[in-house]
Design a protein around this ligand. Structure first.
Ligand code: ZN
Length: 312
């Protein structure tokens, strides 16, 4: 089936959001607090609809149920992945996600959340919060209950093009000035550990201290195991950045033309830089799409960067 589902993104407004999703990606959305563009999503908090073609106007969640053949009859009750672009103008709260087992028993059968970040842009000398410095669960609880955030939080330098895998149980946060593409399990379950003592509408936002202490992995993964630079990724090929139990992520830096085989149950693709065509169809930065099951050979032309993913 040579079907590409082009999707209409859904946006969220957040206290830490900015204007880059409109100014740099051209999305028609108002406000100066645009935090997230859910580019490929079939979630109760954001369900993208198909822009054009046979399935125009249908939501991704309804297509998942009505036309499973488009997705290779992939065995999952819900659409398994979610792709977002996040513009953090201010620091995001420090958070952690549960795994499937914890989410399923404590959050009404929800999925846990494994996610990964591709850094689309950041300030010079930017950092990101990933991991923590507690050696034992006891020290973890002490640091959190005692508000010893400086001791607790591990911050590491990042640059444009870095790729980070964030396992459930990993403390993480994006700092202001960072723009990322996030690929994740289709879940919204987040436990907020610390919010820099900020107020939202005059009140601090809710924290989830006990759940966080429950799910945070101790000790944290080594820094070197968390970040991958992508300067050396070859052009004009489908280059795998990671494969884990939930997804595989690919980078495609097209300079001229490339061909690849869409042999997966289905492939999520987001254009994050430049413009060109996919099998003659014009695409540009900010476009999100799904190449359906059985798509086969595809040709991409132009100068563009695509981040693609497929469930495992
Ligand atoms: Zn997260």
């Amino acid at each position: 089936m040579k079907e590409i589902l082009f999707l209409e993104p859904v946006f969220t407004h957040n206290i830490w959001g900015g204007t880059k999703l409109r100014d740099e990606f051209g999305y028609p959305v108002e406000g100066d607090d645009i935090g997230e563009c859910w580019g490929i999503a079939a979630h109760e908090h954001g369900d993208c609809s198909v822009k054009e073609g046979t399935y125009k106007g249908k939501t991704l969640s309804s297509l998942w149920t009505s036309n499973p053949e488009l997705f290779g009859n992939y065995k999952s009750k819900r659409f398994p992945l979610l792709t977002k672009i996040i513009d953090a103008k201010a620091d995001l709260s420090i958070q952690v996600h549960p795994d499937d087992a914890y989410a399923s028993s404590h959050e009404n059968g929800s999925y846990g959340k494994m996610e990964c970040w591709y850094i689309l842009d950041c300030k010079e000398d930017a950092t990101i919060v990933i991991g923590h410095n507690a050696k034992t669960k006891e020290e973890l609880a002490d640091m959190i209950h005692g508000g010893r955030w400086k001791d607790f939080i591990r911050e590491i330098p990042i640059r444009k093009g870095d790729f980070l895998q964030i396992d459930p149980g990993t403390v993480h946060a994006i700092k202001g000035g960072t723009l990322i593409l996030e690929s994740q399990q289709n879940s919204d379950i987040t436990y907020r550990v610390y919010d820099y003592d900020r107020l939202s509408n005059g009140k601090p936002r809710e924290l989830h201290i006990e759940q966080s202490i429950d799910v945070i992995t101790v000790p944290a993964k080594e820094i070197g195991d968390s970040v991958r630079h992508t300067d050396d990724v070859p052009k004009n090929c489908m280059y795998e950045l990671i494969a884990c139990q939930y997804y595989r992520i690919f980078q495609m830096d097209v300079d001229g033309a490339m061909e690849f085989e869409q042999k997966y149950p289905f492939l999520l693709a987001s254009v994050v830089e430049g413009s060109g065509t996919i099998d003659g169809h014009p695409v540009k930065k900010g476009d999100h799409m799904i190449l359906c099951n059985g798509y086969g050979k595809a040709t991409i032309e132009g100068q563009l960067k695509i981040i693609a993913s497929t469930p495992v």
